[in-house]
Each structure stands twice: as structure tokens, then as C-alpha cells.
Design a protein around this ligand. Structure first.
Ligand SMILES: [Zn+2]
Ligand SMILES: [Zn+2]
Length: 194
């Protein structure tokens, strides 16, 4: 608006062939001012983007300040910042750490699972509470859950059934039992267990 009025005022003052020149020079000034305006907006926008990005990636306010100062260097600064900025945002680092911790906790806990339905079971369960798969044999004397390879109950010293004579037989029985356990249906196992 202001430029337009100035332009008209100049045109009134100047007569003859000068009008065209003034018009051209004013148009040039408008374009130049607009260009400068956009350059400044672009420069400040880039600096602001650097500041915001640095705040997302850097935990230290001094580092954010340094990055913003670098970002204020016209056009080269943001490029330099892009080269040296941390590859991950703070939120990404935190979520990755949380994931790792959860995975670690899951591995550490390492609850045994039912070989059939994969639900979590305790190490002292005799049967899976979900699919009733027989997980361990109870001791005939004290009913403590026994591992398949055990030759005697560790709690009451009662020998485990005479059918398992030695380690070889136990291992063979174990090897044979594993695929059979997976193939048979819960109903068959229930019948076998009873
Ligand atoms: Zn189960
Ligand atoms: Zn026992």
C-alpha cells in the first residue's frame, strides 16, 4: 500500500520518459524487498527449526544453545547442524531403552512355559493349569514335583519308580516323551495321566 502510494507520488512529480524508468526501478525495488523479506524469513525459519530439532535431540541446554547459534549462521549453519546432530531424538532413545529393559526383564525372569500351549507355568507345577498337560510326576511319598531325570526325590529320598533303571533309560524315555507330548491331544494326555 505504502509502496503503491509512493509510486504514484513519484509518477506525478516526474514527466515524460522518466515515468517508465521510475516504474521499472520501483518494481525492481518491490521484487528486491520481497526477495529480501523471504530470505530473512527463510533464514529465521531455519534457525528456529534447528532450535526445535536440537531441543528434541539434546538433553543439555548448553548444547541446544550452541546448536541454535550454529543454526543462526545464514544457511550454512543448519547444514553443519544436520551433519553433527545426534541421529536419534531423546524420545526415541528413551523408548528403545524401555524396550531393552522390558526384553531383559523377560529374559531374566525366563518363566518355564507349557510345551503344548506355551502359557507360563511355575517350576513346581505338576500339570499345566491351562491345557492340563502333565508337566512333572509327583513323588509317590511326598508328592513333590520331580524332574524327569531325577532318580530319587530330593525332598524325601524316596527312589523314583523302578521302571527308570539308569540314566540311559531315563534319557531315552525323555527323548521319546518330548515329541509324543507335543503330538498327543489334551484329552489323550488326560487319559494317560489318570
Ligand atoms: Zn498348557
Ligand atoms: Zn518325595
Amino acid at each position: 500500500m505504502f509502496l503503491h502510494r509512493e509510486h504514484r507520488a513519484q509518477r506525478d512529480d516526474v514527466t515524460g520518459s522518466g515515468i517508465g524508468d521510475i516504474f521499472h526501478s520501483t518494481a525492481f525495488e518491490v521484487v528486491r524487498n520481497l526477495g529480501l523479506f523471504f530470505v530473512v524469513v527463510f533464514w529465521l525459519g531455519l534457525a528456529f527449526w534447528v532450535y526445535r530439532d536440537a531441543r528434541r535431540r539434546l538433553d543439555d541446554s548448553w548444547l541446544v544453545g550452541t546448536a541454535t547459534a550454529v543454526g543462526l549462521v545464514p544457511f550454512v549453519g543448519p547444514l553443519v547442524y544436520l551433519l553433527f546432530r545426534p541421529p536419534e531424538t531423546i524420545a526415541e532413545v528413551r523408548s528403545r531403552d524401555a524396550e531393552l529393559r522390558a526384553l531383559e526383564a523377560r529374559l531374566l525372569r525366563a518363566t518355564p512355559t507349557c510345551p503344548v500351549c506355551r502359557s507360563g507355568v511355575e517350576s513346581n507345577y505338576l500339570v499345566c493349569p491351562v491345557c492340563t498337560t502333565q508337566l512333572k510326576q509327583p513323588c509317590v511319598s511326598c508328592s513333590a514335583p520331580l524332574e524327569p531325570l531325577w532318580q530319587a526325590c530330593p525332598y524325601c529320598a524316596t527312589p523314583v519308580g523302578a521302571t527308570v533303571a539308569d540314566l540311559d533309560t531315563a534319557l531315552t524315555a525323555e527323548a521319546a516323551a518330548v515329541p509324543q507330548k507335543r503330538k498327543s491331544s489334551p484329552r489323550q494326555r488326560r487319559a494317560a495321566a489318570s
